[in-house]
Design a protein around this ligand. Structure first.
Ligand code: AHR
Length: 520
């Protein structure tokens, strides 16, 4: 049998790629091979990172309700959200934006809350930002949920001095005036700032710059980011939107040696159009396929940007961080259009699984990603309505995929008959070996009509029994509401059969299965 080794384990039948819908005949079994004898890169846990911008009801209500709130809270952070995030584990959290970052002046968010200035959030709904959630509140929150801090600096309306001062304020253990001010404001020990970005979308809301201009600005600003030994952030250059290859080319050519990573942003819009993006619920099967096919573009984006990076950085020292990704729909009717609030369905769960599988396949270069965004904005993990809270299908996928964090990605190849076997369907697969030696397998069947019968052969190890979870529902747009908070949630999956080293199971329509070896 002929095998084709796939760098990312996306396996597609032509019909689905063309968005024409379901197959006419029941699909034949799909045979896949997991190459445990040729392991790939370690999947950096930061691939499971999140993003929290001052946008809509994310920070205010979604995370921060203030100490005086009737909503149960710990030092102002709502308890239900904190508990859910701790259970999930958030390896890294990016803040304060997004577009907001390039209008954010950190001094306005420190000191007594009652004297912090009130500003218009010009990017998101024109509402008043009272700065009650600032540096101390963010860093304390990151510590509370156990996330590494990723702080995004202001290039658009800031100065190199302001940026350098912010880092000194956060990280200095001297008795400098800025370190003393931090202590006066309630924090004695310096914080660890693991990641720091110089601007956001500087080609757009961050200043409408040309790459040559930003490359010089990046070199300029980054020169003055000085922190104590042992507390040096990884320095991130503002990268392109998905298709902006020239941006990556210029930045890598002119500034690679001054950066530890460059970012890239890519959002999945069902229609691909910003004026009418498509609805979050009540969509057709055609829109389902359009969404899946658009999200698959992430794979080619990573291939294209990595190729450019390989030219300037063959050792792969510089990371490619997808620090904004996820679905972006028309906002929910009745909500403030500037707040980017959208429902989250089984389709979003599928998008999450497909993207995580793609990221695993690029783990050598992609060492961080941040889904946009954490609560109440775009493809959120959590939705709130005042005192009420629910976990979205996307949250459940991130939770199911936990065994992949820190595991070693394993290549998966498909038999030559796959395209025929899976015609009209699309499977997205990844496999990895945990630090304890156990094999983990994730399979997403994006076909809303046909069950897929999969067989995994494994080279280089003999798999034992498996158990895990499945996430699925009857409707494509199944979602959780405040009245039915658990309409979509994972169930136990123990139907994988292992015989003579071969693992077999059925993957029902529009379902995601994550399995871990039990050793039995
Ligand atoms: O995530 C919402 C916005 O999308 C961010 O503020 C911006 O960086 C991107 O365009």
């Amino acid at each position: 049998m002929k095998h084709c080794r796939l760098p990312t384990t996306i396996l597609a039948g032509m019909a689905s790629l063309l968005g024409t819908g379901a197959a006419t005949a029941a699909p034949a079994p799909v045979t896949l091979t997991i190459h445990a004898d040729t392991p790939g890169a370690v999947i950096n846990p930061a691939i499971y990172g999140q993003f929290a911008e001052h946008l809509g009801r994310l920070i205010y209500e979604g995370i921060w309700v203030g100490e005086g709130s009737a909503i149960p809270n710990t030092r102002g952070y709502r308890n239900d959200v904190v508990i859910a995030l701790k259970e999930l584990g958030v390896p890294v959290l990016r803040w304060p934006g997004g577009c907001f970052a390039d209008e954010y002046h950190w001094r306005e968010g420190v000191g007594p809350r009652e004297s912090r200035p009130r500003k218009v959030n010009t990017n998101w709904g024109g509402v008043v930002e009272d700065n009650s959630f600032g540096t101390h509140e963010f860093m304390d929150f990151a510590e509370l949920i156990g996330a590494d801090a990723y702080v995004n600096g202001n290039v658009g309306t800031g100065t190199p001095q302001e940026m350098a001062d912010w880092l000194e304020y956060m990280t200095s253990d001297t008795d400098s005036t800025l370190a003393q001010l931090r202590r006066k404001n309630g924090r004695d020990k310096p914080w660890k700032v693991k990641y720091f970005a110089v601007g956001n979308e500087t080609w757009g809301c961050g200043g409408n710059m040309r790459p040559e201009y930003y490359a010089d600005l990046y070199r300029h600003y980054v020169t003055f980011l000085k922190t104590p030994e042992g507390n040096k952030p990884l320095r991130i250059a503002s990268g392109s939107n998905g298709s902006g290859l020239q941006w990556t080319e210029v930045l890598m050519r002119e500034a690679a040696k001054y950066m530890d990573a460059i970012s890239v942003h890519y959002y999945t819009l069902p229609t691909g159009k910003w004026d009418v993006k498509g609805a979050a619920t009540n969509f057709t099967e055609k829109e389902w396929w359009a969404t899946i096919n658009r999200t698959l573009r992430m794979s080619q984006i990573l291939i294209d940007h990595s190729k450019i990076m390989d030219k300037y950085d063959p050792e792969k020292r510089v990371g490619l961080y997808v620090d904004e990704w996820g679905t972006w729909y028309d906002t929910e009717p009745g909500s403030n259009p500037g707040f980017l609030y959208q429902q989250n369905t089984l389709r979003d769960a599928m998008v999450a699984a497909v993207n995580l599988n793609i990221f695993h396949g690029h783990a050598d270069r992609v060492r961080m990603t941040n889904i946009a965004q954490m609560v109440n904005v775009l493809q959120a993990m959590i939705l709130t309505d005042k005192e009420k809270m629910l976990l979205t299908p996307t949250y459940h996928v991130f939770h199911m995929y936990k065994p992949f964090r820190g595991a070693t990605a394993l290549p998966v190849s498909a038999s030559a008959n796959l395209a025929e076997a899976a015609e009209g369907a699309l499977l997205s697969v990844s496999a990895a070996r945990g630090t304890d030696g156990r094999l983990h397998i994730a399979v997403a069947n994006t076909d809303p009509r046909e069950t897929q019968h999969v067989t995994f052969k494994v080279t280089g190890m003999v798999p034992r029994g498996f158990s895990g979870q499945i996430l699925t529902a009857t409707e494509m747009d199944a979602h959780n509401t405040f009245a039915r908070r658990e309409a979509v949630k994972p169930a136990a999956f123990n139907s994988a059969r292992v015989q003579q080293g071969v693992v077999q199971f059925d993957v029902p329509t529009k379902s995601i299965i994550v399995l871990s070896e039990t050793g039995k």
